[in-house]
Every structure is written in structure tokens, then in C-alpha cells.
Ligand binder design. Structure first.
Ligand code: AMP
Ligand code: MG
Length: 356
């Protein structure tokens, strides 16, 4: 069995980061890299508060990793998962994130489901011990999957908003599909508090661009070709935006000539086979809170749902976002709101379609 892990999924084409036209030589610029939440991260910030912002952002992501990780024993998530059905005090932040995750689960008809944890473990994605589970094992585990297994009491005995949660016995949660997006929202707040004028943050496949580039142009965010890691399927020219990609190529293993990836369809317990090879969700990143969390939850969910259902969900207007879908039959489908921002890569071999 072979373990393959692609690290950087959405690449910010940062060639212009230093020395490009329009940056005065004394303009402070800090760029730091770290590894957290099982992925490579970059924090890049300009301006007087840039250095402080970049380091504060990195510390914040490490804090969230310790809180939300499923593999760290003392995380809030592990405490909940190991409580054997009992109520656990999570604090308002984690409790709020569970509510948000549940809401996206309901909005996407169950395609996004943080209770997928036992199934993700059965495939070995959590513990890096890859295997193909038997159908009977999956069916048994699926009984514990479904957001109805997450119990969120509305108020405590004194009538205050509850910060507790419980899971039905046998159920566990995995915030891997939403934690990096939530972290990107927190990083955006930290950059704003320090009045960073331009910057760029990449938390694995979760990108947030702050302002435009210092030379006045938009940031160029490249969408990796899921079939050829060294190529791009398209480029997004973005200012003040979140762009989050989910794709089966990001984490997978091969066994007996078949590829199994890490995004599970909660309806089947198997890696989603929806005809999509990647989904990029783009949303406003200029100040409204929650955009990064939304993009992360939706990129995972819409990957499971497939092209038709993903576009129906986009058209429904339930959430405000735009999409770039890459399909396994060689098409790149772009929603109308990205008509000006999206740049085709002619040599990629993909056929490009814009949809209303
Ligand atoms: P992402 O990279 O954001 O698409 O998230 C993928 C990660 O989310 C996986 O590695 C699992 O930890 C978790 N996951 C897998 N399938 C689902 C699903 N259907 N809903 C929610 N989380 C999922
Ligand atoms: Mg996600």
C-alpha cells in the first residue's frame, strides 16, 4: 500500500511578493511558514503591524490545532469523542463551531457531516494506517453517523447559553473538513486588528488574501490540476477573498490498482465518487465573519454532492459564494460571479465552461 500526500493544494503565485513594482524598500513584510493541522501553512503580511500579525496568526493556528485536533488526546474534540456519551464542557468557541458544522450538515443534506469520524478512521485516514474496510464494517459504523447524534443543549440549568455537548455512544466527530477554514477566519480577524493592508495566508488548501497585492494588482491564486500536480487548472485573480479547495488528490492511498481518497460520502461510507476531482469555493473575505469556515465546509460538501447538486446549491442562494469545479471528464466549470476573476490555463487541456 502506498501513502501519498499532496501538501499545497491551492498555490498562491507569490512571485511578486518581494521586489515587485510599487513596494517601497522600507515597507515591512513578514512571511513565515509552519506546519499545523497536518498541513503546510504560510502567513505573509505587509505593513507596520505585519510581523506581529504573522506571528500572532501562527500562534492562533497552533492554539486551534491543540483544541480541535482529533489525534491530540487532550484536545476538546478528543475529550468529547472519549466521553462515552457523557456531556462535556467545551467552551463557547468549540461549541459554536459544532453548531456551525451541524448547520452546514443540514444545509447540504448531510453531505457535510463531522460525525463521519469512525468511518474515516476505518479507512485509516485519521491514523495514517490505510486499509479498505469490509462493507459490513462500514454499514455497522454508518449507524453512528449523522448530525442527529450530536447533542447540543440550548441552555444550562441557570438559563445561560450552554457550552456543553454530548455524542451518542459510538459516535465521534472529526473537524478536519472545517477547522482550517475556521482558523482562516480567526487569522483574518488578527490581520484586521493589526491593520495589515496587504497579505496572504495559505492553510493547506485554504487561502485568504488580504487586500490586493502591494503593487495594486489582485493576488493570483492558482488552482492545482488534480490530475497533474505540477500544472494548474486555472488561476483566480482575487482581492479580499477566501478560496478553499477540496479534492480527492489531496490525500489518498492506492490498493490493488484502485485509488481511495479522504473525502467520504456519508450516504455510502465510501470515498465520494461524484465525478468531480476538485471543488474550489470562493467568497468575500473583506470583513464579514465566517467566510473561511463556510468555504471549507462547502468545498468538502459540494465535492461529495457532485456537479449538478453543487450547482443547484449555488443557484439556491442558501449561501453567498462562487465555484470552480474540476470534473473527471476534463472540464472546468466556473460560476458566473468569477467571470472577471478567473483565468483559463490554455495549455492545461481542460475545456472551460461558465455557468449561470
Ligand atoms: P477538506 O480537505 O476540507 O475537504 O476535508 C477533508 C477532511 O474532512 C477529511 O480528511 C476528513 O477528516 C473530513 N471529512 C471527510 N469526509 C467528510 C464529510 N463528508 N463531511 C465532513 N468532513 C469530512
Ligand atoms: Mg473542507
Amino acid at each position: 500500500m502506498k501513502r501519498l500526500l499532496a501538501s499545497c493544494l491551492v498555490t498562491v503565485l507569490a512571485l511578486g511578493l518581494s521586489g515587485c513594482g510599487g513596494i517601497s524598500p522600507d515597507q515591512a513584510h513578514e512571511s513565515i511558514q509552519t506546519f499545523a493541522m497536518d498541513t503546510a501553512m504560510i502567513f505573509s503580511a505587509y505593513g507596520a503591524g505585519g510581523t506581529e500579525a504573522a506571528y500572532a496568526a501562527e500562534a492562533e493556528v497552533q492554539r486551534l490545532d491543540a483544541l480541535l485536533s482529533r489525534t491530540k488526546e487532550d484536545s476538546a474534540v478528543s475529550r468529547l469523542n472519549n466521553a462515552g456519551g457523557g456531556e462535556v464542557e467545551l467552551g463557547s468557541e468549540v461549541r459554536g463551531l459544532l453548531e456551525t458544522a451541524k448547520t452546514y450538515g443540514e444545509a447540504t443534506g448531510g453531505a457535510f457531516d463531522i460525525t463521519i469520524a469512525p468511518v474515516a478512521s476505518a479507512w485509516g485516514f485519521t491514523e495514517d494506517a490505510y486499509r479498505v474496510p469490509a462493507q459490513a464494517e462500514l454499514e455497522q459504523l454508518l449507524q453512528a453517523v449523522g448530525t442527529e447524534h450530536i447533542k447540543l443543549p440550548t441552555a444550562d440549568a441557570g438559563g445561560n447559553a450552554s457550552t456543553m455537548a454530548a455524542l451518542d455512544a459510538g459516535s465521534k466527530i472529526d473537524l478536519g473538513g472545517i477547522a482550517k477554514g475556521y482558523a482562516s477566519d480567526r487569522v483574518a480577524e488578527i490581520f484586521r486588528e493589526r491593520a495589515v493592508p496587504y497579505g496572504m495566508v495559505s492553510l493547506g488548501g485554504n487561502v485568504w488574501v488580504c487586500g490586493g497585492r502591494p503593487d495594486g494588482k489582485p493576488w493570483r491564486v492558482a488552482i492545482q490540476d488534480p490530475e497533474k500536480s505540477e500544472n494548474y487548472a486555472g488561476i483566480l485573480n482575487l482581492s479580499d477573498a477566501f478560496a478553499v479547495t477540496s479534492g480527492g488528490y489531496q490525500r489518498f492511498f492506492e490498493e490493488n490498482g484502485k485509488t481511495y481518497h479522504h473525502i467520504i460520502d456519508p450516504a455510502t461510507g465510501h470515498p465520494a465518487e461524484s465525478g468531480l476531482t476538485s471543488v474550489t469555493v470562493v467568497a468575500d473575505g473583506s470583513g464579514k465573519t465566517g467566510g473561511g469556515t463556510m468555504c471549507d465546509a462547502l468545498s468538502t460538501a459540494l465535492f461529495v454532492m457532485g456537479e449538478d447538486k453543487a450547482l443547484d446549491f449555488w443557484r439556491s442562494g442558501t449561501c453567498e459564494f462562487e465555484l470552480v469545479l474540476v470534473s473527471d471528464d476534463g472540464r472546468v466549470v466556473v460560476t458566473d460571479g468569477l467571470r472577471d476573476a478567473f483565468e483559463e490555463v490554455k495549455e492545461s487541456g481542460y475545456a472551460y465552461e461558465f455557468v449561470h
